[in-house]
Design a protein. Sequence first.
Length: 492
Amino acid sequence: MSGTYLGMPAFPQAAHEAVNDRVLRGNLRHATHTIRAKRARAVAELSDWDALREAGRRIKDHTLRHLDRYLLRLEEAVTAAGGTVHWAADAEEANRIVTDLVKATGETEVVKVKSMATQEIGLNEALEAEGIRAYETDLAELIVQLGKDRPSHILVPAIHRNRGEIRDIFRREMSQWGRPAPDDLTDTPAELAEAARLHLREKFLRAKVGISGANFMVAETGTLVVVESEGNGRMCLTLPETLISVVGIEKIVPTWQDLEVFLQTLPRSSTAERMNPYTSTWTGTSDTDGPRTFHLVLLDNGRTDTLADDVGRQALRCIRCSACLNVCPVYERAGGHAYGSVYPGPIGAILSPQLRGTASAIDASLPYASSLCGACYEVCPVAIDIPEVLVHLRERVVEGGEAVREGNKVLLKPAKGHAAERAAMRAARWAFAHPAALRTGQRLASRSRRFHPRTLPGPGRAWSATRDLPAVPAEPFRDWWQRTNGGKDDTK
């Protein structure tokens, strides 16, 4: 990735500041509870949801195992349909490709349909540096852009804003970007949406270049798919003369039949809808409809490095539904900005450290931004075992070890600040490898239990301030089992 947000502290510090913001916590609590309740009802309507979930997992795993073959098939199909395929190894290369393509048209403005890949590489900033202004057209992305803010949610980037804040942003900033907001604008959703529609309409009608991402790419036909709820995507994809799509290489599926599975699971997991109001598909170019020129930029930017990790690669199954964010108790309280990445929440905690590496303080802290409650795994429509990957990445942070960075095997050094954790884990490993020592330690703990403190000392005091330390039993389980013949002779 292009790097963390400038000046972002590690997750613990950023989260500490966020949880003290009562307005933010109120906004997040209301939004996440509403979305996840609707999702639960939508999912309950399908008797074969578990089968769809398993099908999605298998399709994604199969595709990732044969990613090279399907990407080449996609390139052939896109080229045959009149499009041009570009390969970008990293953010810098992707930004250069897109910037050169826009400059070749002679245009200085582009309209964008929401794309996390372009946010990941910092495309808007790269275009601005070359004198090109990019206009976000998704309502939530527009709010973020006008407010000089950062996205805090995968599906609802402005989830941290309430209606009053949005009204104030529109009144203050819209005139600097184009058509101003009405003087008498209120905070009712209908008026806010109408102000955004009028503001954006002139940009849709004027823009000659559109930039998009894609939810899926179909290898057999070279078709790209965008699902959305507002219609802005349809405008971006059909009105401009030139369309440039920047898509991560993991977004590919082999066939149209495979796409059927995800068009059922994605809308129910994200917006709690049976189907998306707008499902746009395009294959190359046509002389009679849509853009005359189409470019597809296939983005790696750490994805093949992630693919090399047997445990971590399952993060590439993600279809960006955001269900894991809406059930996560940590995200609900800390919000998306604390993660210092365009990918917040549980999926961001496992995806960002793999795409960017764990060298920075914030990336090393992200695997710990979780209670490991497992709620994220339960709602994931492609069955990503996020807790498993979190524990795997924690081990990498603490112990170091082999990893793949930029296509090369490297030996990572243990992160700073984890010496006590390493010592504790090594001691535990030694104890479990020596049964006699473990048994002796258990007996000593039981016999000295009256002297055990009720709270932990030092840094552990913060943990035990809100938790009761588990009581040590009167005797170890092994001793009880032997004494009672497995419970058969227990008279208690």
